[in-house]
Design a protein around this ligand. Sequence first.
Ligand SMILES: [Zn+2]
Length: 468
Amino acid sequence: MQIKFSGATETVTGSKHLVTTDKGYSILLDCGLYQGMGKETDALNRYFNFNPSDIDVVILSHAHIDHSGNLPLLIKQGFLGSIYCTPPTLVVVEVLLFDSAKIHEYDIEYVNKKREKKGETLLVPLYTSKDVERCLKHFKTVPYGAEFSLNDEASFTFSNAGHILGSAVVNLKLKAKTKRITSLTFTGDVGKYHDMLLKDPDIFPHADYIICESTYGDRLHEIETDAELHLLNVVKNTCVEKKGKLIIPAFSLGRTQEIVFILDKLKNLGMLPNIKVYVDSPMSTNVTNIMRDHIDCFNHKLQVYIKTDKDPFGFNNLKYITEKSESIELNNSKEPCIIISASGMMDAGRIKHHLKNNISDAKNTILVVGYCTPNSLGGKIRERQKVVKIFGDEYEVNADIEIIDSYSAHADYSELIRFLSCQDKQKVKKIFLVHGDPPAKFSFREKLISEGFKEVIIPHKNESFNID
Ligand SMILES: [Zn+2]
């Protein structure tokens, strides 16, 4: 049996790991898009380093686009099998994939206008909404904790990863030619313990091999209460003292609802200044409604909270904007306000318009509340570059840049170690570290070895390993 690391090796995006059994059955773990890799991004996504028609099944850990976003292309290029995920993941992935298709269609239209003028051949989008419709027909759901048999060689069980709604750790059992069972766990992305909304990650069964994420392999998060105070201080400083706008770029799924939930709590405590709050993103609005339908998937604290406040994602002064015209109106308003908009890495969506309109005014603040790849617009703003390019034009960054790191959906290194502590370190044969920038992975490898794990490997792209 073999694992081939086909993505998310040197980076945190493009998650794709190919497991092949002794009889040649191919299981693809995730099929994510590379994001924010500059000019290379398109080619990295357009060409798989395996033949899609050779893959038998896909098991999807969670809906994030860097894990699911290349599934429509996989099907377009010949994949015929089923895609397995948890029931909430299917609801979320549908929204994210249609949004992703829209972005590809829009981006290509923009590029093609320029190419047409130069007489160059026109490009086709990676995939379209039609391809997403076709892709969704391949999905099948498996609930957490239920062992699902793929064939006489392979079965898997999902356990809760605590990362986003529906996120799962994939625990595979593989039967070798010798009849010996090998267990392989793919962590997907692992969430924090004591998350604001989600349940803690579950313990998982013994694994001979673990493919483990390492996004925050070299970092510890701020403590949550400090982050809530930090947010309140930024709101007061920007909207009350400077009378400016507070722009919060946030992922539609998870981060937006966390920020809204904190504001909801502050409002209930009477601590939030009397200012307007806008969530300006159709997708964030859709996802918030999905969250409202899945309140039972959230942690005990939230279950208690909703006994006194039925809607943790809504309060007076908060408005969800879906219409483009209303979004444009926000540009003309001089009133202090909070605008939460997507995308989190600031490379797409309405947030780019809000940044363009507000980043050069010193009375405004941009609050970065999530990870951004270094090449993305968010990465440049996070680094506090003095000038940034938005829609091809240069803008001076005069607004204050504030960063709060504790809102991460990823476990930090101490939480990853806690997550792995359910394993017998002597019995785990190898841990493969993926989904992390090189410094995070190297640092995390040292930590795991000092914790007593025997072999911790940082695979290169396309590197294969025998597992038995
Ligand atoms: Zn994720």
